[in-house]
Design a protein around this ligand. Structure first.
Ligand SMILES: [Ca+2]
Ligand SMILES: [Ca+2]
Ligand SMILES: [Ca+2]
Length: 263
């Protein structure tokens, strides 16, 4: 694990800098969400995120309810959370099957591969492959039921599968945050422990400096006041500073996921 962590850090930190600079450049040229003239930042009472907002369903609710065929009333975020945990254990099962046959895990040296998409949609003896691979161990590798992705990296001896929880699942009571399923079990990642002097003033698991860089309120866990925290929105590809999806959301989401590795 020590070797593995060093490998991660050696790869992550240069990439963090590159992505951070890239995001900063992008934000300078393309302000996110609303234009600066109509950004309304609430610096008064922090919004609670414990209850569902009333009125029109949000994009998260629409996306989730459209996929909920059981008809049972559940918190939309709980449906996403439960699906993520099921998916992660299903992928783990396939990875252990791979280990039983080959004595190693599928090696991926690219940083944080998104599982279930493009070149990682199928798993067979050759490792992760595009959809429709021959003799699959896992014919359809699941992908994140939100707008994001599960992330995977392995040196062959160990691996991590990174996923998020929006904190509403009773079957996974650890709460809102970013987690790695590793060969040592589930490890919670804390962005708060990384941010150091900059801190996380509003406790939404997004660092002050990064929130300011992308135009969200570092003193309000729910910048747009829609009942979903800035963290939940960015991890689901939605705009914490207004309606709809987050422009260039996957890059920004990955920036925050990267920060979480520093614990
Ligand atoms: Ca914050
Ligand atoms: Ca915030
Ligand atoms: Ca919000």
């Amino acid at each position: 694990m020590i070797h593995s962590q060093k490998m991660h850090l050696a790869i992550f930190f240069p990439l963090m800098i590159v992505i951070g600079v890239g995001v900063f450049w992008y934000v300078q040229k393309n302000p996110l969400g609303s234009t600066t003239s109509d950004v309304a930042i609430d610096t008064t009472t922090p919004q609670t995120t414990d209850t569902l907002p009333t009125g029109e369903p949000s994009q998260i609710q629409k996306n989730t309810l459209a996929n909920n065929t059981t008809g049972k009333q559940e918190h939309p975020l709980a449906i996403l959370d439960k699906q993520r945990v099921e998916d992660i254990y299903a992928i783990q099962s396939a990875l252990e099957h791979f280990w039983d046959i080959h004595g190693e895990y599928p090696y991926i040296d690219k940083y944080l591969n998104k599982l279930g998409r493009d070149g990682t949609a199928c798993l067979n003896a050759e490792g992760f492959q595009p959809a429709g691979c021959a003799d699959p161990y896992r014919a359809v590798v699941p992908y994140d039921p939100g707008l994001g992705a599960y992330l995977y990296m392995s040196d062959g001896e160990s691996y991590f599968l990174r996923f998020t929880q929006d904190g509403k699942s009773e079957t996974f009571p650890e709460g809102e945050g970013i987690y790695d399923l590793t060969t040592d079990g589930i490890v919670p990642l804390s962005y708060v422990q990384y941010v150091g002097e900059e801190g996380d003033s509003d406790g939404d698991q997004l660092g002050d400096a990064e929130e300011i860089a992308v135009g969200w309120d570092p003193n309000n866990a729910d910048t747009d006041g829609d009942g979903f925290s800035d963290f939940v929105e960015v991890m689901n590809g939605l705009n914490p500073n207004g309606d709809g999806e987050l422009p260039n959301g996957e890059m920004i989401r990955q920036m925050f996921l990267l920060m979480a590795t520093a614990q």
